[in-house]
Ligand binder design. Structure first.
Ligand SMILES: [Zn+2]
Length: 295
């Protein structure tokens, strides 16, 4: 995979930033490209440490314009992968090597074509106090409105590899759909530069803090977005709310209409913040429709 390694003026921490773990998430790719341009063209700007940038981990999925490559494996469930495995297993193995070599790690995502995500920085509730504290600081510095600590039991993720290697790591989500939103690229750039400043790698004038919610949830499946509010039918999903809204228990998230024109309303199971909504209208029975997070 395409990788840029940029060395700073002085020794310091090694930060890895990756995008394109899923092939249909485009703002992260642009963010990493802009970071590469910023620091490759101006080495003095990187005052200390090493910056490793991967603009697209899952190049095969990107070529297909899909979340996953042709082997159908989700790279974010395949880590640490296998160097002699399928295309996705190989990419996962290569990424896992890079993660183990880093001191800090940021993995940038969006909801892809299928989902819209409220901007958030997430981390695992690591059992090592020092790693956990570093992750909390990174997530705050990322400066997205939601900071979300979730179960450390989740496997197969890039963050699972970081957890096992004791590398402080966060992942970020922002929007989704089939376009490049300039505000998402800008928010991601600001956040990564703030973290670099916090790590003493670059001097950036700090943007005003804009975190609105801090949530930590240690239930075993917390942070597993794909299991939330499964669709009762295969059909067309018409949403009744959107990400960033505060919703009450029992209020409508939306309705699914089957091709036979039967319908099923989907209601919020709790009071909370709408963090994820289905964006691509065709849903299969059992696919996640939305996530409401108690805040
Ligand atoms: Zn993703």
């Amino acid at each position: 995979m395409e990788t840029s390694v940029i060395h700073g003026q002085q020794s310091g921490p090694h930060l890895l930033v990756s995008a394109g773990v899923h092939g249909d998430e485009f703002e992260p790719i642009r963010t990493v490209q802009v970071l590469a341009q910023t620091f490759e063209g101006n080495h003095e700007r990187l005052q200390a440490g090493t910056l490793t940038l991967v603009p697209c981990v899952n190049e095969r999925a990107f070529q297909l314009g899909q979340r996953c490559a042709e082997d159908g494996m989700d790279l974010a469930r395949t880590c640490p992968g296998q160097s002699d495995g399928s295309v996705t297993e190989q990419a996962a193995a290569e990424l896992s090597e890079l993660i183990r070599s880093a001191d800090y790690y940021i993995d940038l995502h969006t909801g892809g074509v299928a989902y819209e995500l409220f901007p958030l920085a997430g981390y695992m509730l690591h059992s090592d106090r020092q790693v956990l504290d570093s992750q909390r600081k990174m997530a705050q510095a990322m400066n997205l409105p939601l900071v979300w600590g979730t179960s450390s039991q989740l496997e197969g993720r890039s963050l699972s590899v970081a957890r096992d290697a004791g590398v402080p790591a966060i992942y970020c989500e922002h929007g989704g759909g089939s376009q490049v939103r300039t505000n998402a690229v800008n928010d991601y750039l600001t956040g990564v530069l703030r973290i670099m400043s916090q790590l003493g790698m670059a001097r950036e004038s700090p943007a005003a803090p804009s975190v609105r919610w801090n949530v930590e949830d240690d239930r075993p499946e917390s942070g597993h977005l794909q299991v939330c509010n499964p669709s009762p039918l295969t059909g067309v999903f018409e949403p009744a709310t959107r990400t960033g809204e505060i919703i009450r228990r029992g209020e409508a998230l939306g309705t699914v209409y089957s091709l036979a024109n039967t319908s099923a309303a989907v209601l919020s199971p709790c009071d909370g913040l709408v963090v994820m909504m289905r964006a691509f209208p065709r849903v299969l029975e059992g696919e996640a429709l939305a996530l409401v997070l108690p805040v």
